[in-house]
Design a protein around this ligand. Structure first.
Ligand SMILES: C[S@@+](CC[C@H](N)C(=O)[O-])C[C@H]1O[C@@H](n2cnc3c(N)ncnc32)[C@H](O)[C@@H]1O
Length: 182
């Protein structure tokens, strides 16, 4: 029979595991929260993701965007994730469900990634992480690349399409910020 003390210890362990899974990656830039399916649909629709796209997901989480972009839209996708348990889950999903030839999982810091091959970037990150990522994208993305973001707008950029219901904002990076146009 399990004693009260053991139940308490198990509960504490479960709470600690959840706290770690959701919040530990805040130390690296952002905590974990998966995008809802309807939000992912909106992001893929607004950005018109298709088979010729290379979609990056900085902070890929458990792959809410990554796998649907590859499976449903035929895109090649690159998921960047720093938290090792989620990286293991992403790799397991890729192995079991695929498509293995179109989904790539990189265990690394999203602020050190090379975004130059991206034709699209799907972002669901909180403002502080976006503040650090934005200049990296501005320096690396090719003109014409799309960036689609959930929940917050991108400061200084002008969205070309908006889904207010799902709080999804689509941007087309033209090589410089609109405010820099002379
Ligand atoms: C809000 S979740 C978004 C998950 C996924 N993109 C989605 O929309 O469902 C943010 C993710 O970013 C990851 N993350 C935070 N800081 C990171 C960093 N410096 N490098 C890579 N991933 C990071 C977290 O571990 C977390 O899984």
């Amino acid at each position: 029979m399990i004693a009260g003390g053991e139940i308490a210890a198990l509960l504490l362990l479960a709470v600690a595991a959840v706290v770690y899974f959701v919040f530990a990656s805040f130390l690296a830039g952002a905590g974990y929260q998966p995008a809802f399916p309807a939000v992912v649909t909106s992001m893929l629709d607004l950005a018109e993701v298709g088979p010729s796209d290379v979609v990056y997901d900085p902070g890929a989480g458990t792959g809410a965007i990554l796998f649907r972009a590859a499976r449903e839209r035929g895109a090649r996708t690159v998921g960047i994730e720093i938290e090792p348990v989620r990286v293991a889950l992403l790799r397991l999903r890729r192995y079991l469900q695929g498509p293995r030839d179109r989904v790539e999982v990189r265990w690394m810091n999203l602020f050190e990634a090379d975004y130059r091959p991206a034709t699209g970037v799907a972002v669901f990150l909180w403002p502080e992480a976006m503040r650090r990522l934005q200049p990296i994208l501005e320096a690396q993305l090719a003109p014409g690349s799309r960036v689609v973001r959930h929940w917050h707008e991108i400061p200084g950029w002008t969205p070309v399409r908006v889904d207010p219901r799902h709080r999804v904002y689509l941007y087309r990076w033209e090589g410089r910020r609109p405010s820099a146009v002379v």
